[in-house]
Design a protein around this ligand. Sequence first.
Ligand SMILES: Cc1cc2nc3c(=O)[nH]c(=O)nc-3n(C[C@H](O)[C@H](O)[C@H](O)COP(=O)(O)O)c2cc1C
Length: 385
Amino acid sequence: MTVSIDPVLDRRFPAFVDIERAAMRRMPKFVRDYIACGMGRGGGVAHNRSALDAVKLVPRYLVDADCVDTSCKLLGQSFAAPFGIAPVGLGGTAWAKATETLAAAARDENIPFGAATFALASLEKLRVMAGSCGWFQLYRPNQAAIEEDILRRAETAGYSTLIVTVDVPAPMRRDHDIRNGFSLPLQFNARTAWQIAQCPAWAWAMLRAGSPTFETLMPYVPSGHTRDQALRFMTDLTANHVTPAMLEDLRKRWNGNLIVKGILDIEDAKRCRDTGADGLILSNHGGRQMEAAPSAIDVLPDIRAALGKDFPLIADGGVRTGTDVCRMIAKGANFVLLGRPFYYAVAAMGAPGATHAVRVLKAELQCAMGQLGCRTVEALPDRLG
Ligand SMILES: Cc1cc2nc3c(=O)[nH]c(=O)nc-3n(C[C@H](O)[C@H](O)[C@H](O)COP(=O)(O)O)c2cc1C
């Protein structure tokens, strides 16, 4: 079925490159840097792109594949397409209410939405907005009572899938954020004020939405903490090594689907499977953790071979087009996530950007599958060049 796309938006934003360009103009520099930059000199971000570009897919035309079907099943749930919205902490700085807007669009378009621990909306609110498409992403707290409470809240809110992210074993040092003095609540100095003044639409939207905060974690911050102490508390609480024993323990206490995110190593992957994880997200966190890390697409074939053809593998990092979705799946993924592009879409267009971005990607995917002569998503691995 042809994807219905708003023609006015389509002329201005036919692809993610257009969306990203507009978003960059509309967000203040310190927000732009926070979202776009990678670790160190940005080698991880660049590599995510070049590794995808290197994957060739062979078109096949003499087939009967007029009716392309992008739908797919993951962990027992049917989705309209094999892609979803990755968890992005502080994603709501891209544009006021970007997180809530994307959660609602994911529900309407029937694709998964990752609600981050560090989202600027509570896990409860995001579950309501995303409906059954919501997945909750957890950074494991190092205080048992807090962890227990968050798990209980996630269960009560109705999440059936928990993503536990393991690639933040210690607080991160991101030089661009240090340089920019980026933190929440926003610190106003002459430089940030000047950057904000250059983006009046962003500033106005933020002002109207009210001061954002980490709604999921704020209830645990001891009373009387200053802003800096609260931030330090939340960072120290959540940046820890997740040991195999902790994962086992979590598996016992979480009855829903458990997905481990941030895996790039075969031994880690096997350990997660043996511990009872229902799936993995192969990811280098969008190049934001370890600059020298490989891309998910580099490790996909070996991890697929090690875990067998049926184990659910999700992959992300640098995906920007429908063809990229095909590349990831051809290399062994069942499903693909995108982080930055969806948040850029809301920054570029406001609320309508969320739906537009999903539909553009879906239309591109249909087009690419048609070129590859693949009627279904499952047929994509055959087209690897
Ligand atoms: C600004 C930003 C914040 C992120 N925050 C989180 C987070 O809180 N939890 C998490 O598991 N991953 C987080 N990620 C990683 C994304 O979930 C995802 O792995 C990554 O964005 C994929 O790469 P892409 O942006 O190139 O699509 C973040 C990524 C970005 C860009």
